[in-house]
Design a protein around this ligand. Sequence first.
Ligand code: FES
Ligand code: FES
Length: 162
Amino acid sequence: MNSENEFSILFNLNGDEIHYLGDPTRRLLNVLREDYHLTGVKEGCGEGECGACAILVDGHLYNSCLMMPYQINHKSVLTIEGFRDSKRFEIISRAFEAAGAVQCGFCTPGMVMATEALLRKNPHPLRDEIASFMSGNLCRCTGYDMIIKAVMIASEAGDGLW
Ligand code: FES
Ligand code: FES
């Protein structure tokens, strides 16, 4: 701790080593958007209900609106910006497009990160497993059939990548 409100935190952000010096109790969502301009991390509900702010921390899915910087000390954070140059992103995004699972797109970054987290754990999920895993990510526009279909398409198209 360097002063009453500052804390030194080291973490990896989308492949870059980051030294965050600041309030350890700020919302991680704000830190990512305001300090690092990672605006693909969306704010929907702001209280852990919608998944728009989803990120991966050490490969696991989290809602960044419920996290604080001290929780990512010495961890790796992946946002949609860090994921988008990968082959798996290409497969997932094409699957969402093919299934008609994107309309306004506000939920899509979180949906894509949730899909990546699910397929890392379970490369061949059943329909019910997809529905259950994705239930923390809300979409106002598409209905969930298309989203579930998108995950199934990605699972098939990316066979061997996860
Ligand atoms: S903004 Fe974080 S879960 Fe909705
Ligand atoms: S596509 Fe609009 S909220 Fe999901």
